[in-house]
Design a protein around this ligand. Structure first.
Ligand SMILES: [Mg+2]
Length: 361
């Protein structure tokens, strides 16, 4: 079997009724982008991509894998990574490689008749998941974020995450206090600053919320500030989680070796795909550090279920209700996501409905 085509499919499903933001980015449109890898035997692999990755995917990356046997995971990753004038270890080129690598894992699963997580290692069949939300929205207020977190818990999640760093420190502390009071002591609560602070400010915030039993403090410092993040790790008792803005095994090696994260959150798409992600997990494992993949559960669950140090999976399942119109939901049992038995990534999506909505949206 040979790879005969690689292309990007993007659906703009219109504007969000209520744009939402974290400490740095506002999301205002519903856009879903896939990459598809085709073969001479008609089998197609599909995974998530982003529009800005399209020029790299449909250009140099495609050229590196056309005609190759899609089963050769390490060989194809190496070809995609070293095919540039110089290997580029950070940025969108790596994310574009990651998207194609994941579509290849979907394809391998379909060829071999097995779910991707079993081909990648197969450590377990269910993984603990947390609901990510608690974004800032105009008019949402403390009551709004409390109601959202209560909704996550009612849906069966045993762990929830909220944004911080996008309001005045005192206001953020009050949001965290109100959520902890509402969800009670038995639900894990994480806070995510999305690189809002320098080390001193992050430590100040961490000390102000540590009484609310925070399961982890995510991305307290700028993504390049490993020294600052290491300071925060040392200064606070609560674990610091980081890595969604890091790339490849080499970037994550530095994160771990500098003790800049107690939990590594490499994203199985943007850090270089599932092939690279399990290598990152192995580096973390060698330092007795757990991994908690950033990003959607369709990929994250395969990543975390494949390795022995997978901690918990991020899920936006209850954050964006519009996704239910196009994607089949996954089962959540006792706070754990049940991995699909379907071959490949098991992303069941109604592309016809998405195409129609995108033309009218
Ligand atoms: Mg985050």
């Amino acid at each position: 079997m040979k790879v005969t085509g690689v292309h990007v499919l993007s659906f703009d499903l219109g504007g969000l009724e209520r744009p939402y933001r974290n400490s740095i980015i506002t999301t205002s449109r519903k856009v879903v982008t896939f990459v598809e890898v085709e073969t001479d035997e008609g089998e197609v692999g599909r995974a998530f991509a982003s529009e800005r990755e399209a020029p790299a995917i449909e250009g140099p990356i495609r050229d590196r894998i056309l005609g190759e046997d899609p089963l050769n995971a390490a060989r194809l990753w190496h070809a995609m990574f070293t095919g540039w004038r110089k290997p580029v270890v950070k940025g969108d080129a790596i994310s574009a490689i990651g998207a194609v690598d994941n579509a290849l894992w979907d394809l391998r699963g379909k060829i071999l008749g097995l779910p991707a997580y079993r081909l990648l290692g197969g450590f377990r069949d269910t993984v603990p998941a947390y609901a990510a939300g608690g974004y800032y929205e105009d008019g949402k207020g403390v009551a709004g974020v409390v109601a959202e977190m209560e909704r996550f818990v009612a849906a069966g999640y045993q762990a929830v995450k909220m944004k911080v760093g996008g309001a005045a420190l005192r206001e953020d502390v009050e949001r965290v206090r109100a959520v902890r009071e509402a969800i009670g002591p038995d639900i894990d609560l994480m806070v995510d600053a999305n690189n809002a602070w320098d080390a001193a400010e992050a430590v100040r915030f961490g000390r102000a919320v540590e009484r609310y039993d925070i399961a982890w403090f995510e991305e307290p410092c700028w993504a390049d500030d490993l020294v600052g993040a290491a300071e925060v790790c040392r200064a606070l008792d609560m674990p610091v989680a980081s890595g969604e803005n890091e790339f490849t095994r080499w970037g994550c090696r530095d994160l771990v070796e500098q003790r800049a994260a107690d939990i590594v959150q490499a994203d199985p798409h943007t850090a270089g795909g599932l092939t690279e992600w399990v290598r990152i997990a192995a580096i973390a494992s060698a330092h007795h550090v757990p991994v908690a993949p950033h990003g959607n559960h369709w990929l994250g669950a395969h990543a975390a279920a494949a390795v022995d140090n997978g901690m918990v999976v991020e899920s936006y399942a209850r954050l964006q209700a519009w996704q239910d119109d196009f994607f089949a939901p996954w089962q959540l049992e006792g706070g754990e996501l049940v991995l699909p038995s379907a071959p490949g990534l098991g992303i069941e999506v109604d592309l016809g409905a998405m195409g129609k909505a995108s033309r009218s949206g």
